[in-house]
Design a protein around this ligand. Structure first.
Ligand SMILES: *Cc1c(COP(=O)(O)O)cnc(C)c1O
Length: 389
């Protein structure tokens, strides 16, 4: 099918939950994507932070296809090697104890919320079920996770919501303290609010949240769905903040492009969920886990150092561009604030010129594959410069 045929059929047959950009992706390699009409693009999106090794990385394709030829699925009623290998890597790298695998970020956060509530209600009484999340956060699209999401625009149309969520302004330690009461079971937050506009949290605030969790026996949940798996230049962004969460949720980057997410549990919560408490048919699927094992093996300390170097290089370049007032974020998760230009217009113009980029609130958001080369960064920035002038 050609571009116009695909677009027409999409508009007729696919539910319009997304207003798509004017590009039909066909194939890709690394940080380059080619559309069905043969145009080449530099990719600063990584499929919203998913393709951490870029498009069709050789090692990843090999790992995934080898598993695909052996066993594609068996369900969680049986043991399988890729799942335990992925869990072993995640726990060894973090010091956290156990993993639950699901299929997406929202599901990971659902599992975290259920675990926190079971912990609170079984340890301290049925009323201990309230969760504090942050204003301007994003935790997913299911009923529980849109409730946890502290943004009104996601709350339209879907009442009634779950009970038991309270929202704290990001970086407001006094408000956070005042919101914790006898009914609170957990505090939940992203280290860098992604959809909220690539906003890094204040380290003092994150530390205060951890402290409150210690004092009141609350579950400290860190949503690393976007920030995790090397995106910020550490395996998980909480490492920058010198805290130890009780629960870490992850998804986007872990499968290198396959749908997989999950939850890491520390000592406090690793045995809270018992047989029958939670489950998922696909979760920890062998093919997705083979992708995760390859990703986790590749993202070693030297790789992470390189992500940090590329981040500094890209940040420096972005700061010199016209209309750019500041650059936020960590690692290769960057938000570009503009003056005198609107982010959606810039994204559209950049795409016309051959660069895929994203927005987050009023910023241009960059989430390039972690394997992007310096040359590709240069090419992308040149196009962005054109789009800004
Ligand atoms: C994307 C995202 C989610 C939701 O993940 P899905 O896989 O789309 O369900 C949750 N939390 C954060 C921080 C995210 O960026």
């Amino acid at each position: 099918m050609n571009k116009e045929e695909i677009k027409k059929l999409d508009q007729e047959k696919i539910v319009g939950t997304y207003s798509r950009y004017d590009m039909v992706a066909d194939h890709g390699k690394g940080a380059k994507c080619v559309s069905v009409d043969g145009k080449e693009y530099i990719d600063f999106t990584a499929g919203i932070g998913v393709n951490c090794l870029g498009f069709c990385d050789d090692g990843w394709v090999e790992a995934v296809t080898a598993q695909l030829k052996k066993l594609q699925h068996v369900s969680n009623l049986f043991y399988s090697e890729p799942q335990v290998k992925a869990a072993d890597l995640l726990t060894k790298r973090t010091g956290l104890k156990k993993v639950f695998f699901g299929n997406s970020g929202a599901e990971a956060n659902e599992a975290a919320i259920k675990t926190a509530r079971k912990y609170g209600t079984t340890q301290r009484g049925v009323h201990v079920n309230k969760i504090i999340s942050l204003a301007n956060s994003f935790h997913g699209r299911t009923m529980a996770t849109i409730t946890a999401t502290g943004q009104e625009k996601y709350h339209k149309f879907f009442t009634p919501f779950l009970e038991g969520f309270k929202y704290c302004e990001a970086n407001n330690i006094e408000q956070l303290k005042s919101l914790v009461d006898d009914d609170t079971c957990a505090i939940m937050m992203e280290m860098v609010q992604g959809e909220g506009g690539v906003l890094d949290l204040d380290p003092d605030f994150v530390k205060a949240a951890e402290q409150l969790c210690h004092e009141h026996d609350l579950v400290f949940i860190v949503d690393e769905v976007q920030t995790g798996i090397g995106r910020t230049g550490k395996l998980f962004a909480y490492e920058y903040f010198d805290v130890t969460p009780d629960i870490v949720t992850f998804a986007k980057g872990i499968g290198g492009g396959l749908p997989i997410g999950g939850v890491l549990f520390g000592e406090k919560c690793c045995d809270v969920l018992k047989p029958g408490d939670h489950g998922t048919t696909y979760g920890g699927n062998p093919v997705a886990c083979a992708g995760a094992v390859e990703v986790l093996t590749r993202i070693d300390d030297a790789f992470l150092k390189e992500v940090q170097k590329k981040s500094a290089y890209l940040k420096d370049k972005l700061q010199t561009l016209p209309h750019v007032t500041s650059v936020s974020g960590l690692g290769l998760m960057l938000g570009v604030s503009l003056e005198g230009k609107e982010a959606p217009d810039v994204v559209k113009k950049a795409l016309e010129e051959g660069l895929m980029v994203l927005t987050a609130k009023d910023k241009v958001r960059l989430l390039p594959p972690l394997t992007i080369t310096y040359d590709e960064i240069d090419q992308g920035v040149e196009i962005l410069k054109k789009a800004l002038s």
